[in-house]
Design a binder for this molecule. Structure first.
Ligand SMILES: [Zn+2]
Length: 472
């Protein structure tokens, strides 16, 4: 939905804002230098992350862990000295993976026994379960939906195995992910359309190892719901090798469950602006996380950085003109209900939203930002980024701010995403490896500092950042 009056605001904003050069922002060099030095000296981002992962290590939406994370977030925002700390309601899906996820390869006689080879899998959410005794069928391997459709009737009654790797030749791992993830999201749906009885999807990582990487998938109305799992990359290679030699029968067992929607919350706190308090800059990450580990990288890091960025600005006595609002979103992973609820409940205020920043690419060394701001807006953001070059910020490139700020972007609020180094993100993403041990305190804090610097400049410059074009 388009917020009232948004259509022309982008044009008006663009006309009012003169092009800026880095030298226009020279007055911000000194405060940004302080943010950098004090941030590295006093950094609290890693302590926040440790505390979140200890308090609520498993916090998939709707779970008791997610409720613990909400309580933690409220206290963390209060401890950071923010004002107007509050819970904003949203209703979320509640899916549990259960305790059984087994893929057993049948022996030469077609049966499964205790001695049968088992490959590491994890249910995708919100997969339906299998019958208690499991589903046993021949496995058919494909690499994309076109190949599956070309099989015609020969996939009927089979378990469909999607085995297209993330393209390791791409330096941008998010680009590689984007080109492979359709199998995870749509694999069960396409398998069912072809008459298949289940979907196995190669884990979304370039790394070869034994860890299955879970994630979200979707069903389509009118299409049978069949179980869907991720298989580790080693498991995928092993299964493909077996299929090259001879047909493979396998038994799949899952006991996951979908419950009723649950009440939950986004958690919000503010540093009110000193002159233009009604103009708001949002900064956030998502509180929920997949349940296989601690969700430290995805996205405890973004939550900790968002809190730390605003805490640091306040602790230094900096008083930006506009309001900084931390929003810790619920349910990014399997529904985006928090993001949608925020945009809906603040729709009358969105014209006063100057920028929405998200950190959801991990707590790694800073590289830059990605933004859907107008060309004039990008000029200002790039001038601010230039001041952050000493800590490794090298670009503000056109792109998306992120999933949680997406609804705000579609309503015309410029969005910006923090972009750290991306090489290790998908080694960790949605698997058992996503623990605090994988996060460097220094790298995490440098991200918080980058975000603080960018937020401070945009919140304080005399001219408001021009609005983006509303798309929906
Ligand atoms: Zn995430």
């Amino acid at each position: 939905m388009l917020a009232k009056g948004v259509v022309c605001a982008c044009l008006a904003g663009a006309a009012l804002a003169p092009a800026r050069t880095p030298s226009d922002l020279s007055a911000y060099r000194e405060p940004l230098e302080r943010i950098l030095r004090e941030g590295l000296r006093t950094c609290t981002a890693h302590e926040l992350l440790l505390d979140l992962c200890r308090t609520a290590p498993h916090r998939l939406s709707g779970s008791s862990g997610a409720a613990d994370a909400v309580k933690w977030a409220k206290q963390a925002l209060e401890r950071a000295g923010l004002e107007n700390v509050r819970l904003e309601p949203c209703s979320v899906p509640f899916w549990e993976r259960g305790s059984t996820a087994e893929l057993a390869l049948a022996g030469a006689d077609g049966s499964v026994s205790a001695a049968s080879e088992r490959l590491a899998i994890a249910a995708l959410g919100p997969s339906v379960p299998t019958p208690v005794e499991g589903l046993t069928a021949e496995v058919v391997e494909v690499h994309d939906f076109e190949e599956l459709r070309a099989l015609g009737d020969s996939a009927r009654g089979k378990i469909v195995f999607f085995n297209r790797s993330m393209d390791a030749s791409l330096a941008d791992t998010f680009e590689a992910y984007g080109k492979a993830v359709d199998q995870r999201w749509g694999g069960a749906r396409e398998a069912a359309k072809a008459g298949g009885i289940a979907a196995i999807v190669r884990s979304m990582t370039t790394r070869l190892d034994d860890l299955p990487h879970t994630g979200s998938m979707g069903y389509e109305e009118g299409v049978p719901k069949v179980p869907a799992v991720a298989i580790s990359t080693h498991g995928a290679e092993r299964l493909a090798a077996r299929l090259k030699k001879a047909p493979v029968r396998a038994r799949l067992r899952l006991d996951c469950r979908q419950h009723e929607d649950q009440p939950s919350f986004n958690v919000v706190g503010e540093l009110p602006g000193s002159e233009l308090a009604s103009e708001v800059l949002v900064v956030g990450g998502h509180l929920d996380a997949w349940d296989l580990a601690e969700g430290a990288t995805d996205d405890g890091a973004g939550c900790a950085q968002s809190i730390e960025a605003v805490r640091l600005i306040k602790a230094l006595g900096l008083k930006p003109k506009r309001t900084l609002r931390v929003v810790l979103f619920m349910n990014e992973e399997n529904g985006l209900r928090g993001a949608k609820a925020y945009a809906e409940s603040h729709k009358d205020e969105l014209e006063q939203h100057v920028l929405a920043m998200e950190s959801d690419r991990g707590g790694f060394t800073p590289r830059g930002f990605e933004s859907d701001a107008s060309p004039e807006g990008l000029e200002l953001l790039r001038a601010a980024a230039e001041l952050l070059s000493p800590i490794g910020i090298g670009f503000v490139r056109p792109g998306s701010g992120g999933a949680d700020v997406g609804p705000l972007g579609r309503a015309g609020v410029p969005t910006i995403g923090y972009v750290p180094d991306c090489q290790r993100y998908f080694d960790i993403h949605h698997c058992e490896r996503d623990t605090v041990a994988q996060v460097s305190p220094r790298e995490l804090e440098l991200g918080a500092i980058s975000m603080a610097g960018m937020l401070y400049v945009v919140a304080d410059v005399p001219e408001r950042l021009p609005r983006a074009a509303a798309s929906k």
